[in-house]
Design a protein around this ligand. Structure first.
Ligand code: FMN
Length: 171
């Protein structure tokens, strides 16, 4: 399965996290880059899409994802598998923690994608509200590099296992 990881970032934190996600899924992710400037054909060429980034403003996507929105709006993701990840700050933005991931979730779902590894436990986090919490579970991998950077590697590892399991079940 050809997988590509595309990320959005405002200040670069997600870039390093994206690299670490790729290291955990080396056999699946053939490309890992910022979503800025990515063409429709490049996204369409992947069977597996790992999409993510940080939340900005108050629950909003980063500028690079917002710039790519018109492309996403015309993509047919039928038959594609998508896994999502999001970065946020559960202390400073406890009322909209990683909420932007839900915007991506809704969009790829609308475009026909099958979303996997989307029932992630929120144990170990402490926040008031997140749009990305659905039925008590996170809809993707959630990371907090501001307050819990020491937990990032293990969270990525566990989630990557789930992604691999789900993809294996589909192939
Ligand atoms: C102005 C500003 C707004 C932010 N808004 C949110 C938010 O609404 N929700 C959240 O969980 N984190 C929020 N954050 C935290 C960032 O998502 C977090 O610092 C993240 O690690 C940044 O990643 P990046 O460098 O890849 O953009 C905000 C940070 C800043 C500076």
């Amino acid at each position: 399965m050809i997988g590509k990881l595309f990320y959005g970032t405002q200040t670069g934190t997600t870039e390093d996290v994206a690299r670490r996600i790729r290291e955990n899924l080396p056999e699946l992710i053939v490309e890992c880059r910022n979503i800025y400037g990515v063409k429709k054909e490049e996204i369409a060429g992947a069977e597996l899409l790992i999409l993510g980034g940080s939340t900005w403003g108050d629950g909003e996507l980063t500028d690079d994802w917002q710039d790519s929105w018109p492309i996403l709006n015309t993509l047919d993701l039928t038959g594609k598998t998508v896994a999502l990840f999001g970065l946020g700050d559960q202390v400073g933005y406890c009322y909209n923690f990683v909420s932007a991931m839900k915007l991506l979730y809704d969009k790829v779902k609308e475009r026909g994608a099958r979303i996997v590894a989307c029932d992630i436990s929120a144990d170990g986090f402490d926040f008031e509200h997140s749009e990305s919490l659905v039925d008590g579970k996170f809809i993707g991998l959630v990371l907090d590099e501001v307050n819990q950077p020491h937990k990032t590697d293990e969270r990525i590892r566990q989630w990557a296992l789930k992604v691999r399991e789900c993809v294996g079940a589909i192939v």
